[in-house]
Design a protein around this ligand. Structure first.
Ligand SMILES: [Zn+2]
Length: 330
C-alpha cells in the first residue's frame, strides 16, 4: 500500500513535491460521506500528514452538522461535559504560566467559549473566533461581544495585536494551516506566545492503529503533525518552541479505547457518538458502548501514561514564542 507519489498540483510548505501514501481511511456516517474513503499521505521531507484529495466543501459541511457541536451549549452528556470544564481550567493554568492579567489572549475556534470564560474570570482580556454564526450560538451571552465570526484569514483585524493566541484542537481542522500560522505570527505582539494542542501523528497510537486511529477524525482533520514536523514548521515561521508535552488525560486514553473498538466495528467512532448522546443510536447500543468503554478504561489509562512518559502520547500540546522579525535564522 505504500508508494511514493508525485502530485502535479501539490507542493508542501517545505518545498517538497513527493509524499508517501500512508493509508486509506474508510469513513462511515452521514449520507454524503458514506461509501467513500480518504487517502492520507505523508510528506517525504517534513513529515506533515495530509488528506489528498482534500474533502469537498459539501462533505465537510455534512461532517460539521449540528450533531458535531452538540445541540446544547455543551458538546457532551452531563458527567463528560463537567470533565471537559476541568480540562478548560487546565488550559487556563498553562497559559497563566506565560502571561499575567490583564494581558490579552485570542482563542481561535473558541467553541462554546469555556476556555475564554476561565481566562476572563482570571482577569485576562479575551477575544475568540468561531467559523459560523451557528457554532457561535453556543457561546455565553456575556462572551458574545468578544467573539468574531469567520475565518481568521478573512477577519478585518486592523491594528489589533495579542499577547497570546491559542488553538486547542483546531490547527488540524484548518484548510490553510501554513498561511494561518503566518497570520498568527502577525497578530502576536513581539515576544507573544502561541499555544497549540493537536493529535500526535508521531505517536504510538497513530503507528499502532493506522487507519483505525480515533484521532484521524475523518474527514474533519485535514492535516496532521507531530512534535517534530510541527517544530520544523514553527522554526520556519520564526517561532521558538518553549515547551512540548504529549500527555492529555482528556484525549489520549479515549483515543486508545476508541481505536481498539474501531478495529472490529465498521461503524467508525460509534462509542464516541454514544457518549455524545447521539439520539439516532438505539438505547441498548448506547449502553453496550458505555460498558465496553468502561471495561477498556483501566488498560487505556496505563498504556497512555507509559506512552506519554516516553513522549509518544497520542496528542501533543506545544507552547511557542514569537521571535523578533529581525532574528529570523532562515
Ligand atoms: Zn513537507
Amino acid at each position: 500500500m505504500v508508494k511514493n507519489s508525485h502530485f502535479s498540483d501539490w507542493s508542501c510548505w517545505c518545498g517538497s513535491t513527493t509524499a508517501t501514501h500512508a493509508y486509506r481511511v474508510p469513513i462511515t456516517g452521514t449520507s454524503q460521506i458514506d461509501q467513500q474513503a480518504l487517502n492520507v499521505y505523508c510528506c517525504d521531507t517534513c513529515g506533515v500528514f495530509f488528506l489528498n484529495p482534500q474533502p469537498s466543501p459539501p462533505m465537510l459541511a455534512d461532517a460539521y452538522n449540528q450533531e458535531y457541536y452538540g445541540t446544547d451549549k455543551k458538546k457532551f452528556i452531563g458527567p463528560i461535559a463537567s470533565l471537559v470544564g476541568q480540562f478548560q481550567q487546565g488550559r487556563a493554568k498553562l497559559v497563566s504560566q506565560y502571561l499575567a492579567p490583564p494581558q490579552s489572549i485570542l482563542d481561535i475556534g473558541c467553541g462554546n467559549g469555556g476556555f475564554l470564560q476561565q481566562m476572563l474570570q482570571r482577569g485576562y482580556s479575551v477575544t475568540g473566533t468561531e467559523l459560523s454564526p451557528d457554532s457561535a450560538d453556543r457561546v455565553d451571552t456575556e462572551l458574545r461581544p468578544h467573539v468574531y465570526i469567520g475565518d481568521l484569514l478573512n477577519i478585518d483585524w486592523q491594528d489589533r495585536r495579542y499577547d497570546a493566541i491559542s488553538l486547542w484542537h483546531v490547527f488540524e481542522h484548518l484548510s490553510q494551516p501554513f498561511r494561518t500560522l503566518e497570520k498568527i505570527y502577525d497578530l502576536l505582539k513581539p515576544g507573544g506566545y502561541a499555544f497549540f494542542s493537536m493529535p500526535n501523528h508521531e505517536s504510538t497510537q497513530a503507528q499502532n492503529f493506522g487507519p483505525h486511529w480515533f484521532h484521524l477524525d475523518p474527514p474533519r482533520h485535514l492535516f496532521g503533525f507531530g512534535p517534530n514536523s510541527f517544530t520544523k514548521l514553527l522554526k520556519q515561521t520564526n517561532f521558538t518552541v518553549k515547551k512540548t508535552s504529549t500527555w492529555s488525560f482528556e484525549q489520549n486514553p479515549y483515543g486508545q479505547i476508541q481505536s481498539q473498538l474501531n478495529i472490529n466495528n465498521p461503524q467508525r467512532d460509534r462509542a464516541y457518538r454514544s457518549i455524545k448522546g447521539d439520539p439516532s443510536l438505539a438505547r441498548h447500543t448506547r449502553f453496550a458502548d458505555y460498558a465496553k468503554v468502561a471495561l477498556l478504561t483501566p488498560y487505556a489509562l496505563i498504556k497512555s501514561a507509559i506512552e506519554s512518559y516516553h513522549n509518544r502520547g497520542a496528542t501533543f500540546t506545544l507552547v511557542a514564542q514569537k521571535n523578533h522579525p529581525e532574528n529570523h535564522s532562515e
